[in-house]
Design a protein around this ligand. Sequence first.
Ligand code: AHM
Ligand code: MG
Length: 331
Amino acid sequence: MSKLKTLNEFIAERQEDFPFATGELSGILNDIVVASKIINREVNKAGLADILGSAQSENIQGETQQKLDVFADEQFIHTFKSGGEVCGIASEENDDFVAFDNEISKNGKYVVAFDPLDGSSNIDVNVSIGTIFSIYRRISKIGNQANIEDFLQKGNAQVAAGYVIYGSSTMLVYTTGNGVNGFTLDPSIGEFCLSHPDIQVPENGSIYSINEGNLEAFPDAIRSYVAHCKETHDDKKPYSLRYIGSMVADLHRNLIKGGIFIYPSSALAPNGKLRLLYECNPMAFIVEQAGGIASDGAMPIMEAELNSLHQRIPVIMGSKKMVEKALSFNS
Ligand code: AHM
Ligand code: MG
């Protein structure tokens, strides 16, 4: 019988994967694991508890916050604040970043940006949702509170990133810049166990994921690429359209099976919908580490300048050959 490898064992074995390894980064990952297990528990009992539905407040983007969004956000903030490695956080659910003011956190070397529950409109209908996280070394002086500069770093500066998908099983997928590994939560022992070592996105695929209802408002290059997807390909079939409306779930599927995920600019939303700091940069880091491409249509996502916490950016990411083809319609 092959022995299960838990995430903790994997991290301990691969300390050299962690830049500036002093145990702090693995401590942050551990914080994320603990918080995501608690969130997983709440997500799983969402139908039973009075936690479904809206919290009757809006976040900075004017979207109604779901109760579970708020719960997950608070859970992460609490965990990071008490962990001591992180001096501040930025999240989709908070207008501004949060600088921790306790002494231990002021000495933390890292900041974390996260989307506590992405795809939250899917919660009430039992469809997969996810958590996305992105870890940076702080720029501000250790011993002080975090400041805005710590968060406005390019995606290339990420030291680790990943996501948790709450789906038919719960998985945590992360990278520290040495490939991508996936761990499935075994509910019987409460541990994430290595299930998808060294994930490589297939070079080519036959799945395209885009909200095609908005086709008329998309730029010509995207409309042309969608038309290309509907043509017959080598297997004499058009590509299959698969769109869950939950970025983590759509990208996770395409990462495993091969495919392309697109959320373009449109006449209605000139910069698309998805946020650079806590949605696109971490997913771009994962996709590139798995051998894929993550572009905004003109340049790599992770090279984009970040000027504000909630800045949006168009995205085209996934299997290398599919993204290259999509980008070829720009010229
Ligand atoms: P959220 O962070 O408010 O949940 O929104 C992000 C989600 C992504 O998960 C998904 O890719 C996208 O919104 C779907 O948007 P649309 O319904 O416009 O296709
Ligand atoms: Mg989101």
